[in-house]
Write a protein of this length. Structure first.
Length: 393
């Protein structure tokens, strides 16, 4: 067995860990640096950004804020942040927020040192970066995408989600500060938490997985199962927020290995941009269906998840695997998440185009023929999407 991996160079975890950012800027850049902080207006208006920016300024660094991030990482935003960073002559980028903010900070770091239009660096499985990006510090305020740990920077162009895919976009420093997560609203907590769970489970079930990826994938599941409900219903609970912060980070590591993600992310990243369904929520909707779909090809692996998700005492490999699907569905219900696509503005007529796209093109963009346990055909994708539309498991 062989594997390679690329971690963030440094991880700082703990309550008020964000106060250590100024010293990291000095270490990565220089004593008086020009710092670009990429965030969104909600984080800025809520005062969360001040917890990070004020200490940076107090240490004598010059800060400029780019807060034009929308809910999803759009190509138009990537182009705008590219123009912004190239005009500013920055020494370092800080991404503060959810996945979109961190992805755009990664993109800013690439754009600062690579002169082509940013679109030319975006490719599913190809690293096109020519020059070393700016140093970057990533600080999540949600527990979901794991962007603070991944080798990806996500970009949406129209109906399609793509990536800058490179070990060079990995954070130089990831700061996991649970105190920044307590203000995350319940709905966003649910969606981001289901994203983290999806990443852990999909990486664990992937045919590309190994001992290394499984270690992080299953630990993410272990942390999420007892803590996501608490974080959703009791947002000020620092213990559950801490667990979810680590789970998202571990999930990000797991999917940055050869395991990657499987059918759930392929479906969610196809339907999400089309129907304005937030990424984490789309992942959560798809998750129980793709677990059920893969049972015939991986019953033992799926059955082994049950002990990490629930205390249910169920015997028999197939029965235990089926119980995993039910446990995920109950979790979604407890988080007030509908598992029926028809509740999200998706029409039955839309499914044909999505089916054909996934079966003939998108599954190859995600390398699913070599990663997903069960073979994917137009017929069985159509069946999954029909079930997802109705909400029947």
């Amino acid at each position: 067995m062989e594997f390679t991996y690329c971690f963030p160079r440094k991880v700082i975890f703990g309550t008020n860990a964000c106060t250590k950012v100024p010293d990291e800027i000095v270490r990565l850049a220089k004593p008086r640096s020009r710092v670009l902080v990429v965030t969104d207006k909600n984080i800025a208006n809520a005062g969360i950004a001040d917890h990070v920016i004020s200490p940076i300024k107090e240490k004598g660094h010059i800060v400029e804020v780019f807060d034009q991030i929308s809910g999803e990482p759009l190509l138009a935003t990537a182009e705008t942040v590219t123009d912004f960073v190239r005009a500013g002559k920055f020494d370092l980028a800080v991404g503060l927020g959810g996945g979109s903010c961190m992805d755009m900070a990664k993109i800013a770091s690439v754009a600062a040192t690579n002169s082509k239009p940013i679109k030319e660096y975006i490719a599913y499985m190809e690293d096109r970066i020519e020059s070393k990006p700016l140093p970057k510090i990533l600080i999540p305020t949600t527990a979901g995408t794991g962007s603070e740990a991944t080798t990806y920077a996500v970009v949406i162009e129209g109906k399609f989600k793509n990536f800058i895919n490179s070990t060079q976009v990995v954070a130089d420093v990831s700061v996991l500060d649970p105190s920044l997560l307590v203000s995350c609203p319940p709905k966003q907590t649910a969606g981001s938490g289901l994203d983290a769970l999806s990443q852990g489970i999909e990486a664990y079930l992937s045919l590309g997985g190994d001992f290394f990826s499984d270690t992080f994938a299953i630990r993410a599941v272990d942390l999420i199962a007892p803590n996501l409900r608490r974080a959703y219903h009791h947002g000020n609970d620092l213990e559950s927020r801490s667990a979810m912060a680590l789970a998202a980070f571990y999930g990000g590591i797991a999917i940055s290995t050869a395991a990657g993600v499987i059918l759930g992310h392929c479906i969610s990243e196809t339907i999400g941009p089309r129907f304005k369904i937030p990424h984490g929520l789309a992942c959560g909707i798809a998750l129980p269906y793709i677990i059920k779909f893969n049972i015939p090809a991986a019953p033992e692996k799926i059955a082994s998840l049950l002990s990490h998700l629930s205390d249910e005492k169920v015997t028999g490999t197939t029965t235990r695997a089926e119980e995993v699907v039910k446990v995920i569905a109950r979790l979604a219900e407890d988080l007030d998440v509908s598992l029926a696509l028809k509740d999200y503005g998706v029409s039955k007529e839309d499914l044909k185009e999505i089916t054909t796209f996934i079966a003939t093109e998108q599954q190859r963009n995600y390398a699913l023929p070599s990663l997903n346990p069960r073979i994917i055909t137009e017929t069985n994708i159509n069946s999954i999407l029909d079930e997802m539309w109705e909400g029947t498991l």
